[in-house]
Design a protein around this ligand. Structure first.
Ligand SMILES: Cc1cc2nc3c(=O)[nH]c(=O)nc-3n(C[C@H](O)[C@H](O)[C@H](O)COP(=O)(O)OP(=O)(O)OC[C@H]3O[C@@H](n4cnc5c(N)ncnc54)[C@H](O)[C@@H]3O)c2cc1C
Ligand code: SF4
Ligand code: SF4
Ligand code: SF4
Length: 426
């Protein structure tokens, strides 16, 4: 094997029947588990067959993997937090973890903060152009597609269309843009997402580039030595077969990626420009009004894969800044913003859970894009690059911009807090 790109296909008919494309993800995982290369797999499984409630699962019995094959577009599993919270950050097991680009990027950010092991983990990335919240999906199926949500057995997003497959094998497609104009379709953060092919994982797998081949296949890009050895082992042991992709297939994949990036930039301009065009007092007024709606339910903090401090300074017993105050006077979301904005991966989980419908991921992504420009730092794509606010020089934090000033202020408060914690020995 000398190239980095392949079209691969499972040799297992049962996996092929259930899989999304060539069954390669499931087969590679099976090969790694059955041959003792890893101790466990972290992936996603639909609870009791309900496609809208996929949850992260740890699988150690290879026979159980078949139940995880296929893609769930209307489930929002929090894979990074599952690994960090429930699997001790992979400290005790060698794991292969399957995830979309935002999942993989969050895991990499957590690895930089020593919250998830690096040596024990192999990252299996899936291409992605978006997920749909389960509630929106159900509404969209009833209202627009005129079908029973429980009769949908598969979804797909491709070439600007959202397509569903029903139990009887029939398919129905609708224009994604039109659905999104009505507030349906993909989650807001997914529309703005700039990462479709997770080349920062060890393997990046997807459908793009397989459209013209006769039998279903999975396009595989090898992104690291770890990824290569997992793939080679699955080939040697007969779990998958591979062939070289045609030049046209590689071009088609790149073309689809480019097209999706253009769409995402269009959504970014549409969502961000009205905010950026406001003068400073109006911008502050807008965010202050939004923040004042916060009821301090802690949902956004608890769900965010990047929030990891054990002694969170937002807790009621920490008499600092917000302390036990209810309502929390807007400082609550601002403090979180200052803590994670440099490393926000735009996963949208915070906005999904906010009961007051604060446009959290919009703000975090906007600030993150600003910080990325200033610090030349894109979260979750390079393990060696440190998060900027942990290494930023004072003069960088004093650049004249409201967003940066907030970060600077919060960083200083945080240092004071860290000093206090150090002094109190907590
Ligand atoms: C939400 C989503 C959007 C996608 N969009 C694109 C796209 O635009 N272009 C493209 O080329 N490919 C896309 N893919 C990837 C594609 O659908 C297949 O996963 C990929 O081609 C591998 O196919 P396979 O047959 O080898 O995988 P399989 O053997 O079927 O295994 C699929 C694996 O994905 C896991 N999985 C399913 N749902 C999720 C989820 N929501 N989050 C994390 N893991 C999950 C399963 O548990 C399983 O381990 C998307 C996948 C998902 C989940
Ligand atoms: S943010 Fe949305 S589009 Fe981007 S990788 Fe995550 S689920 Fe996919
Ligand atoms: S701040 Fe929100 S969008 Fe950013 S990583 Fe945390 S949960 Fe995801
Ligand atoms: S989820 Fe919303 S209401 Fe709850 S603490 Fe976060 S910003 Fe406030």
């Amino acid at each position: 094997m000398s190239n980095n790109m392949y079209i691969a296909r499972s040799t297992d008919p049962a996996i092929l029947e259930k899989a999304e494309s060539g069954g390669v993800v499931t087969s590679i995982l099976k090969s790694a588990l059955e041959n003792g290369i890893i101790d466990g797999v972290v992936t996603v499984r639909a609870m009791k067959g309900d496609r809208f409630s996929g949850v992260p699962v740890l699988i150690t019995n290879p026979e159980d993997l078949i139940h995880t094959a296929g893609s769930l577009h209307c489930s929002l599993p929090n894979i990074p937090r599952f690994v960090k919270e429930y699997l001790e950050g992979a400290a005790k097991m060698k794991l292969a973890i399957v995830g979309k680009p935002c999942d993989i990027r969050a895991i990499i950010e957590l690895q930089k903060r020593n919250q998830i092991e690096t040596d024990n983990v192999t990252l299996i990335g899936l291409n992605c152009t978006g997920t749909i919240s389960p509630a929106t999906a159900r509404k969209m199926y009833i209202q627009e597609f005129k079908v029973d949500p429980n009769s949908v057995v598969a979804e797909d997003i491709d070439d600007g269309k959202f397509t569903i497959t029903l139990e009887d094998g029939t398919t129905k497609s609708m224009d994604l843009k039109k659905l999104e104009e009505k507030g349906l379709g993909r989650r807001e953060n997914c529309r703005r997402c700039l990462f479709n092919i997770p080349t920062f994982a060890d393997l990046a797998l997807g459908k793009w580039g397989t459209e013209d081949i006769e039998e279903a296949g999975t396009f595989v890009e090898v992104c690291s030595d770890k990824g290569r050895s997992l793939l080679e082992s699955a080939i040697e042991k007969g779990y998958i077969t591979i062939s070289e992709p045609k030049k046209e297939s590689i071009e088609m994949r790149a073309q689809k990626d480019k097209m999706e990036l253009e769409h995402a930039m269009m959504w970014r301009e549409r969502d961000f420009n009205p905010l950026l065009e406001m003068d400073l007092p109006d911008r502050l007024k807008y965010w202050t009004e939004e923040f004042s709606k916060c009821i301090k339910c802690f949902g956004c903090r608890d769900v965010c894969p990047i929030c990891y401090c054990e002694n969170c300074l937002l807790e009621a017993n920490r008499e600092y800044l917000v302390g036990g105050e209810i309502p929390p006077n807007g400082i609550f979301p601002l403090t979180r913003l200052a803590h994670v904005a440099d490393s926000c991966v735009g996963c949208g989980q915070c906005q999904d859970v906010c009961p007051m419908e604060l446009p959290l991921s919009k703000l975090f992504t906007l600030l993150n894009s600003k910080l990325s420009e200033v610090f030349d730092y894109v979260p979750g794509i390079d393990r060696e690059q440190r998060p900027p606010t942990t290494v930023a020089r004072d003069e960088e934090l004093l650049i004249d911009d409201t967003f940066l000033r907030i970060t600077s202020a919060m960083k200083k408060s945080d240092e004071t807090e860290t000093d206090e914690v150090a002094m109190s020995g907590k």
